[in-house]
Design a protein around this ligand. Structure first.
Ligand SMILES: [Zn+2]
Length: 249
């Protein structure tokens, strides 16, 4: 985790904040988890993002985090210029990676494979609580440099429930992509077994999709609005999930 409470002054601190680095180091035994109140360890890395971790996770709903996950959270916080309080907010029914309180928007950064079922359950859970969720996936889950590929079921589910586009994080960039049908020209050739010429047509692939980059989300996010939408808006009967997206991206 990137944020922890200090029991000596009751303030909340950000693990990588250089202005508080000395304080955190000097008080490293005095930080606790905002959720379960257990003592935390400050991981003071140079190669890794400085963070806090539990000694044991047995009594906390926190899951162990990878560097990728920490990196994505840090990136999104900085991209959206959010405050420390917007990070890792315990809402009782969930701890979104980032939470925009006024807009009621949760941001979930995802770098591990979860099942489609788990993904949909989380969307449902947020929607039931009136919160729209924005998902950001690590490039590990979808390599957007590949022109065409089979789309993993998790990413397909995300696209299906978010107007066909997903946000992919890669190397300190956020890109919105969508998937198009993929065709390949099959050359005509002589088939020995049937004695006929075959091929000579455009084959449409069922599982393979062409990746289309919609846009890289600009660093200067000012003016780019995050909106809440229902993934299935049928007239006046919204029956899908509450989804958050960048307006028009
Ligand atoms: Zn905890």
């Amino acid at each position: 985790m990137l944020r922890a409470d200090c029991i000596s002054d009751n303030n909340s601190y950000l693990s990588w904040d250089e202005n508080n680095y000395k304080f955190i180091k000097d008080n490293r035994d005095l930080f606790e988890c905002p959720s379960c109140k257990q003592k935390l360890i400050f991981v003071d890395g140079i190669e890794v993002i400085k963070h806090f971790r539990h000694m044991s996770l047995s009594d906390c709903e926190w899951e162990p985090e990878s560097q990728n996950h920490l990196e994505m959270k840090k990136f999104m916080k900085e991209l959206l210029n959010l405050s420390n309080d917007d990070l890792e907010v315990n809402l009782g029914f969930a701890i979104p990676d980032l939470f925009l309180k006024e807009q009621k928007v949760a941001i979930e950064v995802q770098n591990s494979k979860i099942t489609k079922r788990k993904f949909l359950d989380r969307c449902y859970n947020y929607t039931q609580n009136g919160i729209a969720v924005m998902w950001v996936f690590h490039e590990k889950l979808l390599d957007i440099t590949k022109e065409a590929q089979n789309i993993p079921s998790l990413i397909r589910a995300a696209a299906e429930n978010s107007f066909g586009r997903v946000y992919i994080y890669s190397d300190n960039k956020l890109t919105s992509v969508r998937f198009n049908p993929f065709y390949r020209w099959i050359d005509e050739f002589y088939d020995n077994s049937t004695g006929e010429n075959v091929g000579g047509y455009l084959k449409k692939y069922k599982k393979k999709k062409a990746i289309e980059i919609i846009q890289e989300i600009p660093d200067d996010i000012y003016g780019v609005e995050i909106i809440r939408v229902n993934s299935k808006w049928n007239g006046n009967n919204p029956s899908g999930y509450l989804i958050a997206k960048f307006y028009d991206i």
